[in-house]
Design a protein around this ligand. Sequence first.
Ligand code: 5GP
Length: 175
Amino acid sequence: MINIHDKTFVPFIPNATIEGRISELAALITKDYEDHCPVFLVVLNGAFLFASELVKRVGLSCEITFIRFSSYSKTESTGEVKEIMGLDQDLTDRDVIIIEDIIDTGLTMSALVKKVHALSPKSVEIATLLHKPDALKTPVSMRYTGFEIENKFVVGYGLDYDGIGRNLDCLYVLA
Ligand code: 5GP
């Protein structure tokens, strides 16, 4: 059990289970992209640990680039969608694999996928460590998912609660 700010979290997914699953995802990616040189597009900050453990297990020649989102800005149709910053890599004709920490409502990822598609890539796939199927508000097609979890708030392994908890080496869930 750990306390972060005003909340208590209990152990959820241990490190060995997380990294075992990451090895499986890396093996799938290595097989699926044989003879290709994909670009991993890492969504900061939350995906930094997942991304580093994933890419070092991938046995491919590849490129890795990073993006992050500015603070929320409203749009009429999709609700809260954020502007993407740092997407300066040429993705024309490239196989892109977006690496994300968690897909909750899916609104962020669906906005990102649209923007990436506008850059004329050859293909776009998503690798997410976590997915909350019950929270999804818009369809998102994830090719590589670490764990499907209940609709509960989690921290650790890159994910924070108000800035704290990203360095925890396993996942914790709100008690
Ligand atoms: P979505 O647009 O899918 O609702 O938003 C996904 C983002 O919300 C994630 O990248 C993450 O920053 C945040 N998020 C969603 N669920 C959780 C959670 O359980 N824990 C933490 N720490 N962040 C979450």
